[in-house]
Design a protein. Structure first.
Lengths: 308, 274
């Protein structure tokens, strides 16, 4: 009895596994182009990045990347003890810590305003506030360098109200805030759209119930809307911080990392180290960045999973 | 009632003021691109171009190789888009609708690598591409971006919603997987393909770090690389030329955005920031 059952199961399993084997072959044929490109240009670089970071590889070793010496964690120690890197980490941290709250606050304000029952110009506002997101950072950096020049638009406007603005990008005090200002301008639209979607997902009956209970506008915002929007806000800020952690192009075009390295970010440091031909050290620096970004991304992934 | 009205009026005022501030950089760019070099450095500065000139644009066409840069940007973007549409949807189909050995591992690897930023891979990528002898070529600019894990994820998520019964019916009728994919699945994926295509185009058009590293001669510069190198090099103070360059990079993508904004906005949640 038992035996015959097993045989039957095996026979059915045999047909199934035959089908599965066929499907496996077809599936891997479908994925083959992706797998090849992905293996050579993604997996291999990720693996060799770790590999390089434990060697003394330089630009001279390109033709024989295996002919290098293993140096253990020396490159990591070099990077972490490099005052230029410590400065870059500080600059990047400031960029994120100041930039994120400002971007989130503005994006939230815009989303709330656009969701507050105004109909007439809503599509126009949405397009206008989102437009900077689609533009090339290099191109907008050129524009902002022109705006922030000593006689630029910003100082012209400030002069109208009697304020004499500084030479924004050539001041160690103002250069980084200027780059943050531009990043806020370029990224607020993303958060506006994400927050708008979040707001529209809040069921209207929840809000109506609060209204029936006599909660005023402000009270409803604080006690109903914002708590319900929290997952969206966390997700949005993490999403933006992954981008902010890698900021580079703005500094490359607007300040070249200056004045006095006051805008030299971690990506810029990695790029410069690479430019000096110090591939191993650059790999170590990029891996340190990766760990930071991965930590932030894992947080993002967890939030995503919780919110869906 | 009056209080509500005035709150709404205030919202409009604030939003409109914000809108003006938000669009001012674009307006300033366009105005500046029509100013002569003398006027840009004029003291006191001018708001409106006093003697509008198209010279900044013709300089790009004559002295600077705008044609080359534009062609490079466009060729790279178009090939990248086509590669992503085809390859990502093929993998997406396998992951969403087939049962095969190694599926979970493949999906896991795809998900994990979505998070890997370009700054981590560009050094070894440079070594690999140099070793292959394709530095400073279209191949170098295109191949690393020909597929992207996030595109695979996007297509898989969309295809999960296609009813299995539809595919089973076709399978029973003896249709091959290739036929099912091209005749049934792809036509149903229009919106996802549009989103993926547009966001890939955007990412490629604006891409900077890798093209900067991988292109060695002017022949292979894309528009952002050319503009960035001019803006930090010999044209550093020639704002008329630089702003005209910015206009030339930004205008095509803004036009695309305004006409196809639905797909742009749809994709943000799925693709995140690039």
């Amino acid at each position: 009895m038992r035996a015959s059952h097993d045989v039957r199961a095996r026979r059915a399993g045999g047909a199934n596994s035959e089908r599965r084997r066929r499907q496996t072959l077809i599936a891997w044929l479908f994925t083959a182009p992706f797998v090849v490109v992905f293996a050579v240009f993604m997996i291999l670089p990720i693996a060799s990045s770790i590999g390089f970071s434990f060697t003394d590889m330089t630009a001279q070793d390109i033709q024989s990347p295996f002919n290098v010496d293993f140096v253990g964690f020396e490159q990591y120690a070099n990077v972490l003890s490099d005052p230029e890197f410590q400065n870059a980490a500080w600059v990047t941290a400031l960029f994120v810590i100041v930039g994120i709250p400002v971007t989130v606050a503005l994006g939230l304000g815009l989303a709330l305003a656009l969701n507050s029952g105004i109909r007439r110009l809503r599509p126009i506002y949405r397009v206008a506030f989102y437009a900077p997101v689609v533009t090339s950072v290099v191109a907008v950096s050129v524009i902002w360098r022109y705006i922030l020049a000593r006689d630029g638009l910003l100082n012209m406007v400030l002069a109208l109200v009697g304020v004499e603005g500084p030479d924004w990008l050539n001041s160690t005090t103002w250069a980084l805030p200027s780059l943050i200002l531009m990043a806020v301008w370029r990224n607020t639209g993303t958060l506006m759209i994400i927050f708008l979607a979040g707001l529209q997902a809040i069921p209207t009956d929840v809000r109506e119930a609060a209204e029936m209970d006599g909660a005023g506008r402000w009270r409803r915002l604080r006690s109903v809307t914002l708590p319900l929007l929290r997952p969206t806000m966390l997700l949005g800020s993490v999403l933006i911080s992954v981008g902010y952690l890698q900021f580079f192009e703005e500094a490359f075009v607007m300040t070249q990392g200056g004045p006095l390295s006051s805008t030299l970010s971690m990506t810029y440091y990695t790029f410069n180290t690479f430019g000096f031909g110090d591939f191993a050290k650059a790999s170590a620096a990029s891996y340190i960045m990766f760990v930071v970004i991965a930590a932030v991304s894992i947080l993002q992934f967890r939030l995503l999973r919780r919110s869906t | 009632m009056t209080k509500l009205l005035s709150a709404r009026a205030l919202t409009y005022v604030v939003l409109t003021a914000g809108l003006v501030a938000w669009l001012a950089p674009f307006a300033w760019m366009v105005l500046g691109s029509f100013k002569t070099q003398d006027e840009i450095f004029a003291d006191p500065p001018t708001w409106w171009p006093q003697s509008p000139t198209g010279g900044n644009f013709t300089r790009w066409l004559t002295e600077l190789n705008f044609g080359t840069f534009f062609t490079n940007s466009l060729v790279v973007a178009v090939i990248t888009v086509l590669g992503n549409l085809l390859f990502c949807s093929m993998v997406g189909y396998a992951l969403a609708k087939m049962d095969f050995a190694g599926k979970r591992i493949l999906l896991g690897v795809v998900l994990v690598t979505i998070m890997v930023p370009g700054v981590v891979t560009f050094v070894p990528l440079f070594v690999i591409v140099a070793k292959m002898g394709i530095l400073d070529s279209y191949a170098a600019l295109v191949l690393p971006f020909l597929t992207q894990p996030v595109g695979v994820f996007l297509m898989r998520q969309f295809m999960l919603d296609i009813p299995d019964s539809l595919l089973e019916a076709a399978r029973i009728d003896g249709a091959s997987e290739l036929r099912i994919f091209t005749r049934i699945v792809l036509p149903l994926c229009g919106p996802a393909l549009a989103t993926l295509g547009i966001l890939t185009f955007l990412g490629s058009w604006n891409n900077f770090l890798w093209p900067l590293v991988a292109s060695q001669t002017e022949e292979m510069y894309t528009l952002p690389v050319a503009l960035s190198l001019y803006s930090t090099g010999q044209y550093a103070t020639d704002y008329g030329t630089l702003l005209a360059g910015a206009v030339l990079i930004i205008t095509p993508i803004l036009a695309l955005f305004v006409s196809l904004q639905r797909y742009f906005v749809q994709g943000i949640a799925t693709m995140g920031l690039k």
